[in-house]
Design a protein around this ligand. Structure first.
Ligand SMILES: [Zn+2]
Length: 291
């Protein structure tokens, strides 16, 4: 069993998501962390230029630059690709990581609440999710295992293990203390879990509800790729709630309703996420399962 000795806590991967930035700076400046003697911590502001400018990124989304191909390509004028290579050397490298666990903290403008995003279906992650659900019953567990851990382009995959904390809803560029406190509790729970895991004192967690990513869904578009409608008014702020086949999901500006097609119930999340405006993604869908 490979134990967790080193933990990197990362904020500011997206420069206008302030919870991670606040918490990383506070921890770095001595905010009490009762696990200081248990783990070797590193506190990292991933994209300082984007943080200074209060924008998501300068050239490209940093949290999509950690694919193996990107990290091995020589020379780029893209600011974030160069930072990705530096961070990969510092935390990873991805093919042989020096950091046991990378925790990357994000905010969303959608009403997802506190969500733990995991990238692999394995006992380590399943038990972590179960432990968090037991400590914080309102936490949502989102599993994105449609591709393998190493294939993901996310920053946290520079670690031997990597997770993302997604906290909403909080507008980008805004700090809320209730969200900060939720993030603190999530981090504490993850540290507790890792400590129990290291001591082989973690009982197998009972089954719990989780969500598994299906796909991103774009807004209705016309032939010029312009948005022709919005998320249906009955779907707003209902992240992780069931939408049945035949339920309305969009309303076009002319009033026409668009309904969910297909064969099964879905659980939308990242509904109306502000950062997805350019990609015209309206929400992502998931299935619900017992994990
Ligand atoms: Zn983010």
């Amino acid at each position: 069993m490979s134990t967790i000795k080193s933990i990197a806590i990362v904020g500011g991967t997206h420069g206008n998501e302030l919870t991670g930035i606040n918490i990383v700076k506070a921890l770095d400046k001595g905010l009490t962390n009762q696990f200081d003697d248990v783990f070797k911590f590193e506190y990292i502001i991933a994209n300082p230029s984007a943080v200074a400018a209060n924008v998501r990124f300068i050239d490209v989304d940093l949290n999509r630059q950690f694919g193996i191909h990107n990290l091995s390509c020589s020379n780029s004028r893209l600011y974030e690709l160069n930072i990705a290579k530096v961070l990969d050397q510092k935390l990873g490298p991805k093919h042989s990581p020096r950091t046991d666990l990378v925790i990357d903290i994000h905010n969303t403008t959608s009403a997802m609440g506190a969500t733990l995003i995991l990238l692999e279906d394995s006992p380590f992650y399943r038990n972590m999710a179960g432990y968090l659900k037991a400590r914080m019953p309102d936490v949502n567990i989102l599993l994105e295992d449609e591709i393998s851990y190493l294939e993901h382009p996310y920053l946290c995959t520079t670690g031997k293990r990597g997770i993302m904390l997604e906290l909403g809803c909080q507008p980008h560029g805004v700090s809320r203390m209730d969200i900060f406190l939720q993030c603190e509790t999530m981090l504490q729970s993850v540290f507790e879990y890792c400590d129990l895991y290291n001591r082989d004192a973690m009982p197998e967690q009972p089954t719990f509800d989780a969500y598994r990513l299906i796909e991103n869904v774009q807004f209705p578009l016309n032939e010029e790729e312009e948005v022709t409608g919005l998320v249906h008014e009955t779907l707003l702020d209902r992240d992780f709630c069931a939408v049945e086949v035949g339920d309305p999901i969009f309303r076009l500006f002319d009033g026409t309703e668009i309904f969910l097609t297909g064969t099964h119930t879905v659980y939308p999340h990242f509904i109306n996420e502000a950062a997805y405006r350019n990609s015209k993604v309206a929400f992502a869908t998931a299935t619900k399962f017992k994990w």
